[in-house]
Design a protein around this ligand. Sequence first.
Ligand code: ADP
Ligand code: MG
Length: 345
Amino acid sequence: MFRKSLIARGGMAIDLGTANVLVYMQDQGIVVREPCVVAVQNIKGEREIVAVGEEAKRMIGRTPGNIRAVRPLHDGVIADVEVTEVMLKYFVRKAIGPRSMFRVKPNVVICVPCGVTQVERRAVEEAILQAGAFDALIVEEPLAAAIGADMPVDEPTGVMIVDIGGGTTEVAIISLGGIVASQSIRLGGNRLDQAIMSYIRKTYNVSIGEYTAEELKIGLGSVYPMQNESRATIRGIDVEKHLPTTLEISSEDIYRALREPVRGIIDAIKQTLEDAPPELSSDIMVRGITLTGGGAQLLGLDALIHSETGIPAHVCKDPLDAVVLGAGKIVDDPRTMRLIDAAKR
Ligand code: ADP
Ligand code: MG
């Protein structure tokens, strides 16, 4: 529980994702939505942070060699505490405005993947306190995602959430406000992009960039056989001739590239169902599986999950916002928070 009432201090919720950071302010809604990227410059062995978020992302690939882009959370864990702290400070300041920074320190609900260790949890807590929070409450991402997707998490019935982000996928079965069974795997949208890159290199001898791969995934990607095939022309580098080239890619190519990595997500879902008490599994058979996170929008994923598990799956409304909206509901309604607090004990 927070030390002081949320109402008096003002509350803030943060979804510290591997791809995107979202900040929700009490009574205002989502006020920050930026990529989780920091541009770091090396000057005579000293690190200096030159840009954060949107601005840093724009610099990738367009800057001199001594500036590089860092994704401080790329695997769903804090790989670089110092950079994470600076980044959080920037987003917190952006959300509340520079002047109010020293007047009112907000209470913050911040989400972490359920696979993080106690040490990593403390690192997040430390980073957010350093960034200007009065107090911090750490909530597991799938729980926040389920609340954000309007699922009845506090009832004695099982609900299943699959949150697919950039670096990780979180699968959880929730009942009575607590996580009953879960899997956290380091496989998300980034891995799918990598799979597309290596498939195109292997099949066509063409090397493409991460962004092109992501565009193909979003534009052409389907992980379930579809009737109508679509195509796109892309640019890359011919690996043998070392020259720029163009290439036509079909949705069938992307289907083949993604088939194997997507299996990892299906396996995590099956494993979580196996680990849960049978009563809860049968609740889920009836209610279905809810998909959140950017990766949930992958075409055909809901159909694939249905055909592999026999359980209907559906993407929630605004899948990219579910985690921060859920954390925001905890900020807005302390009752939700007490419920989760009770479940933790
Ligand atoms: P995180 O919580 O890790 O920050 P997000 O929930 O913001 O991640 O999701 C980011 C991931 O979602 C990226 O890998 C991105 O490529 C992927 N993504 C976004 N839109 C789509 C889409 N329409 N189809 C497939 N993947 C998508
Ligand atoms: Mg996320």
